[in-house]
Design a protein around this ligand. Sequence first.
Ligand code: NAD
Length: 261
Amino acid sequence: MSLKGKVALVTGSTSGIGLAIARTFAAQGADICINGFGDAAAIEKERSGIESDFDVKCIYSGADMSKGAETEAMVTDAIKTLGSVDILVNNAGIQFVSPVEDFPPEKWDQIIAINLSSAFHATRAAIPNMKAKKWGRIISTASAHALVASPFKSAYVSAKHGIAGFTKTVALETATFGITANAICPGYVWTPLVEKQIPETMAARGLTREQVINDVLLDAQPTKQFVTVDEIAALALYLAGDMARSITGAIISIDGGWTAA
Ligand code: NAD
């Protein structure tokens, strides 16, 4: 499938799932805007690597997805610099694990801002350009936690359920404009986000590292395997293509059977 002539903006793409999606779209010829935090030299290496590996344009925005104005400016700047944003991937996200009565309110606010409100701000800024072109793809990385809950993840589960509702609403509003809006719901994917929550889960549940990996994380997944970032990127690529034009408002699981149980 060719994405030549399209521009894709992927939030939270300096690492993990977002980076895999950005590279997969670039491999099909899309110009790219990456976003996220990290070491400046490492980010520049990723940005220039995308340009040289795939012969596309790639720009970087350091916009903080917890800030609405920065998120909106990232989209309008990408439209100015690259000519358009045809594919928006709302992917930036963080996790925090704690019983609800101990959950720091500032962590709650931060997770709702980054994992939910940033999708609103970016989508809001991207839609007028997509409507004008009568073509657009809005893909949000939700989670199995958009469909089911786990204890100690109140903010994350709330934000991801919110993404499912937001996706369905945007799909209805844009359905006659050649725009689709869908949410991908991965199970556990081995990325820094999962690695970071292991010590927190060890503390919250009083378990060892091995117990957290086998009895908490992989216990949820009937396949007993982590999902890979490349599998997620392949699904995102399909949703970005013309053959997926009738898939909209869908909340699509890619979770090794987790939510079938
Ligand atoms: P990751 O930690 O590897 O990547 C997260 C990205 O978001 C990084 O690029 C980071 O710099 C960026 N980011 C964080 N805070 C930001 C902010 N304020 N502004 C801009 N960028 C910010 O994690 P990942 O596992 O690749 O997660 C990507 C998405 O996938 C998240 O929305 C996450 O909830 C979702 N997800 C992950 C899993 C999993 O098991 N890893 C499962 C389901 C859903």
